[in-house]
Design a protein around this ligand. Structure first.
Ligand SMILES: Cc1cc2nc3c(=O)[nH]c(=O)nc-3n(C[C@H](O)[C@H](O)[C@H](O)COP(=O)(O)OP(=O)(O)OC[C@H]3O[C@@H](n4cnc5c(N)ncnc54)[C@H](O)[C@@H]3O)c2cc1C
Length: 304
């Protein structure tokens, strides 16, 4: 079994920032990532709220962070962490391919997409129903598609889809968007976008193939069926707690409780970024959490 000072679960902004601090503190550090380097932001075309960087694509931001930690000598494995066990002063981290040991572990595993939880959603997952317009939108170039959601991610996805689809129907739960005004104005200016307010998805329609969505009024009676080639769902995120729910204390939603040094209730185990209980889930706060967690982990390891 390979031994590390620090093992970080997740190569998103929180995890990679934690790695910068752990490596600069001279610690042997491993990052384990199950999907893609950069986490959520890797799929965002435009980021404009990182201090001193006017604009950068999420992909470039993630690549630059990864180059930075590679330069500092991080060990990286594309493996999913399935279980973490603590015994005495050490953690065993079990992945789909290996087992590792570490003195400290930083959970930086982010969140997962909120689902609609309506009939047909699971059946047409990846065959008409998608949660990432940047990943799957291009398959529907020149076709009529729909999107549900009303926050910043929904607005960003809608703008992107409106550039490639022949028509985009955006359905919102209430009669307003909750994202940035500039994004909303840009969307409302698009000629091929129709916005329908005060409806929620009731059922995904189709026999063998996806054909559309049945919506019902948010308040009161009434439904309508929308024909579309695909539905993109951008209705927020929820805790992805399968890995850690039996290990650390969480809130009722499954987000990890920490103190201000990112310590969980298990000594040597930290949580950083979107996976922990917090009010602002952004790149800057994820980076901050990662820095704090790794700094405290260095102090913790020094006491062992
Ligand atoms: C479309 C979109 C646009 C956004 N735009 C902005 C923006 O402009 N500005 C801004 O500040 N914020 C933005 N955000 C929010 C920002 O991306 C997040 O707050 C930030 O990515 C959180 O970082 P994180 O490291 O905590 O989690 P994540 O980025 O979610 O990274 C977590 C990583 O952990 C990995 N992981 C999870 N479980 C395991 C496991 N068991 N084993 C191994 N790996 C695992 C995941 O695959 C993922 O790569 C946006 C989010 C989205 C979805």
């Amino acid at each position: 079994m390979k031994n590390y000072d620090v093992i970080i679960v997740g190569a998103g902004t929180a995890g990679m920032t934690a790695a910068i601090y752990a490596l600069r503190g001279g610690k042997k550090t491993l990052i384990l990532e199950r999907e893609n380097i950069g986490g959520q932001i890797a799929l965002s075309p435009k980021v404009q709220n990182i201090p001193s960087i006017f604009e950068i694509s999420g992909g470039e931001f993630a690549d630059r962070l990864f180059s930075q930690i590679s330069d500092l000598g991080v060990d990286f494995e594309l493996e999913e962490v399935l279980k973490i066990e603590k015994s005495d002063n050490s953690f065993k981290v079990i992945t789909d391919y290996n087992e590792y040991a570490a003195s400290a572990v930083i959970l930086a595993s982010g969140v997962k997409h909120r689902k609609l939880n309506v009939p047909g959603e699971e059946k047409f997952l990846g065959k008409g129903v998608y949660y990432c317009a940047l990943c799957d939108g291009a398959f529907y170039t020149g076709r009529e598609v729909a999107l549900v959601g009303d926050g910043n991610t929904a607005l960003q996805y809608a703008l992107m889809l409106s550039d490639i689809a022949s028509k985009l129907t955006v359905v919102t739960m209430f009669d307003k968007f909750f994202g940035e005004k500039a994004l909303e104005n840009a969307l409302r200016a698009k000629a091929n976008v129709e916005i329908i307010s005060d409806y929620v998805a009731e059922e995904i329609l189709g026999g063998d193939e996806f054909t559309g969505v049945r919506f019902k009024k948010t308040k009161g009676e009434g439904t309508f069926d929308l024909s579309a080639a695909a539905l993109f769902v951008a209705i927020g995120q929820v805790a992805d707690d399968a890995l850690y729910k039996d290990l650390v204390e969480t809130d009722k939603q499954g987000f990890i409780l920490t103190d201000e040094m990112m310590r969980t209730d298990v000594p040597g185990l930290y949580a950083a970024g979107d996976c922990r209980v917090k009010n602002v889930r952004q790149l800057t706060t994820a980076a901050s959490d990662g820095a704090v967690a790794a700094t405290d982990a260095l102090a913790y390891i020094a006491t062992l």
